[in-house]
Design a protein around this ligand. Structure first.
Ligand code: UDP
Ligand code: MG
Length: 150
């Protein structure tokens, strides 16, 4: 079985507010597998590539300032349906529209301080993983897999 992968990032506000563990915990609790993890200060260059489709938006300069304001935690999670399920765990782009129980619904208010990023499609996930994890990720067989999947 080829498992789907997604790129999840704790943004600078999530790091600063001490929510790294909380965010990781939600993906772990669900049963997804962590295959890539690092702490870094993203450059403008990588962020301009990551958010290339948003470069003409009025909020783009503010987004760049926000995303370069501190270090981020970059992650790759793997599992069945993880791209869509990851977006569900994160909540809506606008935290005020996010249901309680989601990360954004539980922990934030403004769209420009929404704590986390999650890939929006399988295709974009693979592009983002290639951009942020040029060194590759770690694939390994977990003993618990048969307790999570039927
Ligand atoms: N963003 C913003 N203002 C907006 C829309 C988006 O500041 O009106 C920021 C927000 O941090 C969001 C990021 O730009 O997470 C990327 O936008 P996208 O539409 O891709 O939302 P996401 O996929 O992160 O939910
Ligand atoms: Mg997006």
């Amino acid at each position: 079985m080829t498992l789907e992968r997604t790129y999840i990032m704790v943004k600078p506000d999530g790091v600063e507010r001490g929510l790294v563990g909380e965010i990781i915990k939600r993906f772990e609790n669900k049963g997804f597998q962590l295959v890539g993890l690092k702490f870094l200060s993203p450059t403008r260059t990588i962020l301009e590539k990551h958010y290339a489709d948003l470069s003409s938006k009025p909020f783009f300069p503010g987004l760049m300032t926000y995303m370069t304001s501190g270090p981020v935690v970059a992650m790759v999670w793997s599992g069945k349906g993880v791209v869509k399920a990851g977006r569900v765990l994160l909540g809506e782009t606008n935290p005020l529209a996010s249901l309680p129980g989601t990360i954004r619904g539980d922990f934030c208010i403004d769209v420009g301080r929404n704590l986390c990023h999650g890939s929006d499609s399988v295709e974009n996930a693979e592009k983002e993983i290639a951009l942020w994890f040029t060194e590759g990720v770690v694939s390994h067989n977990r003993v618990v897999e048969r307790l999570i999947y039927e």
